[in-house]
Design a protein around this ligand. Structure first.
Ligand code: NDP
Length: 278
């Protein structure tokens, strides 16, 4: 008698270090909810071996990779095809194979926008938005932020020349501009922290006047147990609301899941599960 077998598709998050990643938990919860037969693990890759390790993963039947620090740029470079949003982002966090071609996408921007506009019901239309930081995360979310049609989008960075470069890269009309942290002038409807300062318990050195009692502050970093350093600081400045990047992380993963499985998982239950389990 023939035995009925279920084929399990393999996925992983590639990074270094990667053991701390929440992606296996998130994708496993998505798979349970949507009844998809997948296994999702971590893939720690030595810094110099990224391309070989990725190609081996797919040659051995792997179906898709999430990519995290420090490989997002390299993932973008080694791809045969980049989606338009990956093209703009200059970095990739999602890889898969189709017709023997390695495809790269970037879901960080859509993750941030869905968290802000759908989960938190905040509109950015005609709003004054400050984004602090000009690294990979900032570049990845710029086009999706501009698509929301803010009145003004200012990129402020510790190294001001990097913020200038980003503005030049996006050379859109006059609602996008750049400055140093100290040059931030006026107050904002929304302040997004896209620096890695919170990782060291630090806050970017912007004037406190950027925040008023109607300002919504969003730290792309997240902490499952307490406020991030930036959000603690924002609360001291009497910001209206402080949000962290857990919702963005889950939403960018949901978009990856959709790209790989063609089925949109629900994110709210995953958010609650992660918050309750840590
Ligand atoms: P990068 O290393 O590419 O960029 C780091 C940025 O932070 C630079 O602009 C750097 O300024 C700035 N910075 C670092 N330390 C300080 C400090 N003490 N004061 C002021 N500015 C500082 O990192 P990424 O862009 O890839 O990531 C940024 C953050 O976004 C990380 O915390 C990451 O965890 C988070 N992230 C969250 C995601 C999510 O799904 N929630 C997804 C992607 C990223 P300078 O140019 O002067 O060095």
């Amino acid at each position: 008698m023939l035995k009925k077998t279920t084929l399990i598709d393999r996925y992983a998050v590639a990074g270094n270090p990667v053991s701390h990643s929440l992606s296996p938990q998130i994708h496993t919860l998505f798979a349970q909810e949507t009844r998809q037969p997948i296994q999702y693990t971590t893939l720690q890759i030595p810094a110099e071996n990224f391309k070989e390790a990725v190609l081996q993963f797919f040659t051995n039947g792997g179906k898709g990779l999430s990519v995290t620090v420090p490989f997002k740029k390299e993932a973008w470079l080694i791809a045969d095809i980049r989606t338009p949003r990956a093209q703009k982002a200059g970095a990739a966090n999602t890889l898969w194979m189709a017709d023997n071609q390695l495809i790269a996408d970037n879901t960080d921007g859509v993750g941030l926008i869905r968290d802000i506009t759908l989960n938190h019901q905040i509109s950015l239309k005609n709003k004054a938005v400050l984004i602090i930081g000009a690294g990979g995360a900032a570049q990845g979310v710029l086009q999706p932020l501009l698509d929301e049609k803010p009145k003004q989008l200012i990129i402020a960075n510790r190294t001001a020349s990097k913020a200038d470069k980003l503005v030049n890269l996006f050379h859109t009309k006059n609602n996008l501009s750049s400055c140093s942290l100290q040059e931030v002038n006026g107050d904002f409807d929304m302040v997004i922290n896209a620096t890695s300062a919170s990782l060291q318990g630090q806050t970017p050195d912007i004037p406190a006047t950027a925040i008023n009692s109607n300002t919504i502050c969003y730290d792309m970093m997240y902490d499952l147990k307490k406020d991030t350093a930036f959000n603690q600081w924002a609360k001291q400045q009497h910001a209206k609301t402080t949000l962290d990047g857990l919702g963005m992380l889950i939403e960018q993963a949901a978009e990856q899941f959709f790209l790989w499985r063609n089925i949109q998982p629900k994110s709210a239950a995953v958010f609650t599960a992660l918050k309750n389990n840590h």
